[in-house]
Design a protein around this ligand. Structure first.
Ligand code: MG
Length: 340
């Protein structure tokens, strides 16, 4: 059956200004993608953190290149992904939006969810909640929001001047699991190793992206010595990065907006696990659309980091819920959410 593509610009508003090492934002641009055949509608979204280089205008330029003349819901996901991937280089988030919407449409037509589409068990794992970079005291205060929302795991953004003080304050208060994301903010390998030992004592689960993304020598140095798993985020976007990254980090954080969507995220998670790496299923600032889609890959994740919808005030989709700390989608078919 023939497919039509429609898209709308939107802006996701943050509950609080969101800071990581390097920048602060109040909102994030997003493009809603709608694919329709005669009976079903599939949804996707493109979210574009500025540091990744995509913009609403680049996304729309890319979407205008897409033609569904040779594509139907009978087209395999692999073939569809290959088609959009060959339209242009880059544009990972725009490709992800299309990939998510196509998965939603195809799985609705087959009356299954994304887990079933990939023959995965419908496992639930507790998602972390992000504490953005701020002063140690403000970051400590923000942990009460994680508690109120019902999260069982914290992800603390570091890479500032007060990392040790922040972690001492938070770990004294928060007695459940914590992970740490330096967002490329650490500069000194010896200091980082010393801190990793301290973080291990605090019960931290893993350390994400300690150094600048292209500085793989420092990553290798720390990975070979660290008592905690060192996870690549900015250093690993797509499947092709894994050939190098698997020798530099203990694991990877896979996000749909980096990986070009579910098809390649599945490939990355499977490859990483086969090669003895740890895996995180993560997200950008995203609505319930992309987060619901990724939540189906919990069985392939050591850790889940899907708090996007809990950080925004204007989710355009039926919200995913948090049940015993785990992401739960409201519907059993497709990605699991409908547009409100
Ligand atoms: Mg990260």
């Amino acid at each position: 059956m023939s497919i039509t593509l429609d898209y709308h610009l939107q802006e996701l508003q943050f509950k609080h200004p969101f800071s990581v090492a390097g920048n602060t934002r109040n909102h994030t641009p997003s493009v809603l993608i709608i694919l329709k055949d005669e009976n079903f509608t599939g949804y996707g979204e493109v979210t574009m953190p500025p540091y990744l280089g995509e913009t609403p205008s680049s996304a729309i330029t890319f979407l205008k290149k897409v033609s569904f003349s040779g594509i139907t819901t009978a087209t395999t996901i692999a073939k569809f992904h290959h088609y959009i991937d060959c339209l242009d280089t880059g544009n990972n988030a725009a490709k992800a939006g299309l990939d998510i919407a196509f998965h939603d449409l195809v799985s609705k037509r087959r009356n299954v969810d994304i887990c079933s589409l990939y023959s995965l068990p419908n496992e639930k794992k507790a998602s972390s909640f992000t504490i953005g970079l701020d002063t140690p005291q403000v970051m400590l205060e923000k942990t009460s929001e994680a508690e109120e929302l019902g999260f069982h795991v914290l992800k603390v953004k570091l890479g500032g001047l007060n990392d040790k003080e922040t972690m001492r304050l938070i770990s004294n208060f928060w007695k459940k699991p914590i992970s740490v994301d330096a967002n490329q903010g650490w500069k000194d390998p010896a200091w980082s190793l010393d801190f990793c030992h301290e973080l291990k004592e605090m019960g931290v689960l893993f350390v994400e992206q300690p150094f600048e993304k292209s500085n793989l020598n420092m990553a290798v140095w720390l990975t070979s010595r660290s008592p905690l798993p060192i996870i690549a985020d900015e250093s690993c976007k797509r499947f092709t990065d894994l050939e190098v990254v698997k020798n530099c980090f203990h694991g990877i954080n896979v996000k749909l907006m980096k990986s070009t969507g579910l098809f390649e995220a599945h490939k990355m998670l499977t490859y990483a696990r086969t090669n003895g790496m740890k895996t995180v299923t993560g997200c950008m600032a995203e609505s319930s659309c992309a987060v619901a889609a990724m939540s189906h890959f919990a069985a392939l994740a050591d850790w889940v980091d899907l708090d996007g919808p809990f950080l925004i005030t204007n989710d355009p989709f039926e919200p995913v819920k948090l049940i015993e700390g785990c992401i739960q989608v409201p519907r059993k078919i497709g990605i699991g959410v409908e547009l409100l």
